[in-house]
Design a binder for this molecule. Structure first.
Ligand code: SAH
Length: 397
């Protein structure tokens, strides 16, 4: 087996079970591993510490599969890992029928399967294989999962900027089993969404906001709700299910607003209490502030605003601007659900930015809840990078 030898003193994070080896930690590589091939990881004194997948094109030279130096990386290994992932989610085959038919089954590094993300939408699986190792084993993983879950088929959605970073080919299409339709109906908290697994963001739906979409129902009865960065409508649909007086969906994409409208129809919600607004949130909120428009509940769920360490300052300003506008638009006694899905934005800095925004907007606000992803998006203790989504539920006077 090819071997990666670490520089002296660069084995610390590995001993704490952090799954990434950066190029700077590598003294040399013995043998000529191909992308995704399993390699042994050895410290400067010659002790074998782990087995990982080799990535020739990434800054992360290897992602660890196992911290047991002798564990074979083969179909049995993946069978065990996938079984563990499903058991963590209380799933025993076949896929259970329930009110919630969409679930993350595998959360990459945090489930011990670096680069492997698998979401379930009803009887279909959608997977991303965003590392050389994940690419190498994707067929095996798909075979095991289809057998374990009884799913009809697994659609691959390996696309986006991560492909160039990791040197993996873009690959979108059926990986195993039957070919899923253009739209997969799913049920979440009793509402129906037509998920677009072929072209939708990520694998088609923001499963990471599942718990928070339910949370917005509390206290939304009779309220005027603004769902900024609406995507396929999730937060607004839940507010309406709780009896909101009015829900405004704001998004820059008319295609997505049309999907939000379709989802409201599929969920039998009253069409006349929804308003759809296409626009740039930064401009639209400012326009509404100038018009003295107010809302009782505002959701701010922007896309990732910080994509690099250098961009963090700029992102902080953008978050502050958005939150400042939201505080200006909130009626007395209103509530703000505000999120950041930028992994680079630390939770405490995010809270500080929101606090500064409230002060500048002249509003007294307090945090009622700290928000995060649901239990099917676990974060390994050794892998804090896995924590990207954070949010605050704020109440304003
Ligand atoms: N809250 C959603 C997910 C939001 S994803 C859910 O629970 O499903 C972010 C959304 O922001 C996308 O739909 C994208 O089209 C939209 N978006 C991105 N930049 C925007 C901008 N400047 N103004 C308005 N919408 C924007």
């Amino acid at each position: 087996m090819p071997t990666l030898i670490l520089n002296p003193g660069r084995d610390k994070s590995l001993r704490r079970h952090h799954p990434w080896i950066f190029s700077g930690a590598v003294a040399r590589i013995e043998g000529t591993p191909t992308p995704g091939e399993t390699i042994a990881i050895v410290d400067a004194k010659g002790n074998t510490l782990a087995r990982g997948a080799f990535s020739g094109h990434s800054q992360i030279v290897s992602r660890i599969w196992s911290f047991h130096p002798d564990e074979a990386i083969d179909a049995t290994f993946f069978h065990h890992r996938l079984q563990r992932s499903l058991e963590r989610r209380h799933i025993r085959s076949p896929l259970p029928d329930s009110d919630n038919t969409a679930l993350r089954l595998v959360n990459a590094e945090s489930d011990g399967l670096a680069g492997v993300t698998i979401d379930r939408y009803g009887p279909w699986l959608v997977g991303q294989f965003t590392s050389a190792g994940a690419q190498r084993w994707k067929k095996t993983i798909a075979e095991i999962l289809l057998e374990m879950t009884g799913a009809h088929g697994l659609l691959e959605r390996t696309d986006g900027e991560v492909c160039a970073q990791e040197g993996v080919p873009e690959s979108v299409g059926p990986l195993l089993g039957a070919t899923p339709p253009e739209r997969i109906p799913i049920c979440e908290h009793g509402l129906t969404y037509a998920v677009d697994p072929w072209h939708g963001h990520k694998t088609g739906f923001y499963l990471d906001q599942k718990d928070n979409r339910l949370l917005i129902r509390e206290g939304s009865h009779g309220m005027r709700v603004l769902n900024t960065f609406a995507f396929s409508g999730g937060f607004g649909l839940n507010a309406m299910a709780a009896g909101a007086a009015q829900v405004v969906h704001l998004d820059s994409s008319s295609t997505l607003l049309a999907q939000a409208e379709e989802n409201a129809r599929l969920s039998n919600l009253p069409a006349d209490r929804f308003e759809y607004c296409k626009g740039n949130a930064f401009h639209k909120l400012r326009e509404w502030r100038d018009q003295h428009r107010t809302f009782d509940v505002i959701v701010l769920d922007p896309p990732k605003l910080a994509d690099s360490q250098a961009g963090l300052q700029r992102a902080a300003r953008a978050y502050k601007d958005l939150n400042w506008l939201a505080f200006r638009l909130l009626a007395r006694g209103g509530r703000l659900l505000t999120f950041s899905c930028s992994g680079r934005m630390p939770a405490d800095l995010f809270a500080k930015v929101v606090a500064d925004a409230a002060v500048d907007a002249g509003r007294e606000a307090l945090i009622q809840r700290y928000l995060g992803p649901p239990a099917d998006h676990p974060v390994a203790l050794a892998f804090p990078e896995g924590r990207y989504l954070k949010g605050l539920l704020c109440a304003v006077d």
